[in-house]
Design a protein around this ligand. Structure first.
Ligand code: ABU
Length: 540
């Protein structure tokens, strides 16, 4: 056989192999919509792809491409109203359905792809238009793209030297957010969630008043510190008192009005009470958008009291901060936020940035470094070739910081500031639509209060309870209906809404519209589906 003929033979074999692989791939993509790896790659193990093998570009790409197919299928299902939100299983049943064990020996790539598919299959689709369960709902595609790339970049946000672009992005975004609060300068950081953001505010407030605390500790403070927050605040505020050494007894709950807004007169009375006893009131948390009712504390009046008694004013706008974008809804809700010393604002809530993305802002330039810096020499050397102020890691009590900025920056570029304003207005209008629809069906639904935000609080009335006078006894029964109906919703997998009691009422539903996917017909579907699933519920 001549050399030419051998080459021709090998080329023919290669073509056949490629043809078979292409056929397998096409079949995998068309059949059942379940991406499959070719057998040549599916039977490989982790050490046959990068970074273990330099010459494994093709195998690596094929594996990742099929994972991306799984992702894309998931995104499609999330946006398909005919798909269920979840396929609910009890924990024991879920444990049986999944293979979660960690093997002694490696598993092939085809098994890992199956693991990816089954994981997403059993996940609750929080981006589905019928998911109204949490403050963070939705699946913003541009933010998702940012998150995928963030994972690939896999860097830590503590120094400019390893995250140059992302550090500069943080500066740009955080400066813009501060300007929206109403500040020309200041300090900010992204933190792992609103609770930790609130803790950063608490620590900065104590440091501001008692800078010696950092070195000398609690005994250097000349009295009992006291903090104040409304009885509707997020529980993380109370946890600051515990973590920060005050004790939760010294996180004083200020009564709120019937819509969940702090009563400023009560705040002042309680501040004076503690001052009269020699305690040191130093920190007030005002909430802009409470977790359950979506209430906004009156910031102007609270700011006046903070000024009068020389207390730090923090605004927990983790939930309501997004409304700063809206000319229509910003006032009066957030009027006075510019007078705060610090503000928590979570883009992963109302703005729809993917979890997690939480920011905390300070009116005081340099306070984070002053409060938290430990100047670790192995990381934050001062003789670097660039300005060490770009090493933001020393501003925080954590060391490593996840990159939460790229997805927000990319989303903001995609929407523009005007796009966020439109989103805020749309979410608020949809909530107003829901309130109208509830009122129109007052035989089946009972609105608890006129909402200030996208939290709509209501009871569902099954046939058994319709037409009866509304009293405490009926409310207790309506509370029992919530748990039963929520159970039915989860079993059906068609719709999800949260419920909880509060200090004034038994269980009630709290509906959240914070997903850009939701439309009027989804609100109508929600109410009709609750009635379909719940009309025959009977409670004692
Ligand atoms: N404060 C965290 C969010 C709670 C919720 O989604 O209901």
């Amino acid at each position: 056989m001549s050399k030419l003929t051998l080459d021709g033979f090998f080329s023919y074999c290669k073509q056949i192999a490629e043809h078979i692989q292409l056929g397998e791939r096409m079949a995998s993509l068309s059949g059942q919509g379940t991406p499959k790896l070719t057998s040549a790659v599916g039977n490989l193990y982790y050490d046959s792809i990068q970074p273990y093998r330099e010459d494994a570009n093709a195998q690596t790409r094929e594996f990742l491409a099929r994972v991306v197919d799984v992702l894309l299928d998931y995104v499609q299902q999330v946006n398909d109203r005919n798909e269920k939100i979840l396929d609910f299983k009890m924990p024991e049943e879920m444990q049986k359905a999944l293979d979660l064990h960690l093997p002694e020996e490696p598993l092939p790539l085809k098994q890992l792809l199956e693991d990816c598919k089954i994981t997403l299959k059993n996940q609750v689709k929080t981006g589905h238009p019928h998911f109204f369960n949490q403050l963070s709902c939705g699946l913003d595609i541009i933010s998702l793209a940012g998150e995928w790339l963030t994972a690939a970049a896999n860097t830590n946000m503590f120094t400019y030297e390893i995250a140059p672009v992302f550090i500069l992005m943080e500066n740009v975004v955080l400066e813009k957010m501060r300007s929206m609060i109403g500040w020309k300068s200041g300090d900010s950081i992204l933190a792992p969630g609103g609770s930790v953001s609130n803790l950063y505010a608490f620590l900065a407030a104590r440091h501001h008043k008692f800078p010696q605390y950092k070195e000398k500790g609690l005994s250097s403070i000349p009295g009992q510190l006291v903090m104040f927050t409304s009885d509707q605040c997020h529980y993380s505020v109370k946890s600051c008192a515990s973590v920060g050494g005050l004790g939760t007894d010294y996180c004083v709950c200020v009564p709120s009005d019937e819509r969940g807004r702090m009563l400023p007169a009560e705040l002042e009375r309680l501040v004076r009470y503690h001052k009269d006893r020699g305690n040191i009131p130093f920190f007030v948390n005002a909430t802009s958008g409470t977790t359950v009712l979506g209430a906004f504390d009156p910031l102007m009046e609270i700011a006046d009291i903070c000024q009068k008694y020389d207390m730090w004013m923090h605004v927990d706008a983790a939930w309501g901060g997004g409304l700063l974008f809206s000319k229509k809804y910003r006032h009066p809700r957030l009027t006075g936020i510019e007078r705060a010393n610090s503000v928590t604002w979570n883009p992963h809530k109302l703005m729809g940035t993917l979890l997690q993305c939480s920011t905390v802002h300070f009116r005081h330039e340099g306070i984070l470094l002053s409060c938290n810096a430990m100047s670790a020499e192995y990381l934050f050397m001062t003789d670097k070739i660039y300005d060490p102020r770009f090493d933001t890691g020393d501003k925080v009590i954590q060391c490593g910081r996840h990159n939460d900025i790229f997805k927000l920056w990319l989303q903001w570029r995609g929407k523009g500031t005007s796009g966020f304003e439109q989103l805020m207005d749309r979410l608020m209008e949809l909530s107003e639509y829901m309130v109208r629809r509830i009122r129109e069906q007052s035989d089946k639904f009972y609105l608890l209060l006129e909402p200030e935000m996208v939290n709509v609080s209501f009871w569902y009335l099954p046939r058994q309870l319709r037409g009866l006078p509304h009293n405490r006894d009926k409310e207790i029964k309506l509370g029992k209906v919530c748990a039963k109906l929520k159970g039915r919703m989860m079993q059906a997998g068609t719709v999800m809404v949260g419920y909880q009691p509060d200090d004034r009422r038994p269980n009630f539903f709290r509906n959240i519209i914070s997903s850009a996917a939701v439309t009027e017909r989804d609100v109508d579907f929600l109410l009709a589906e609750m009635d379909r699933l719940g009309h025959d519920i009977v409670v004692d």
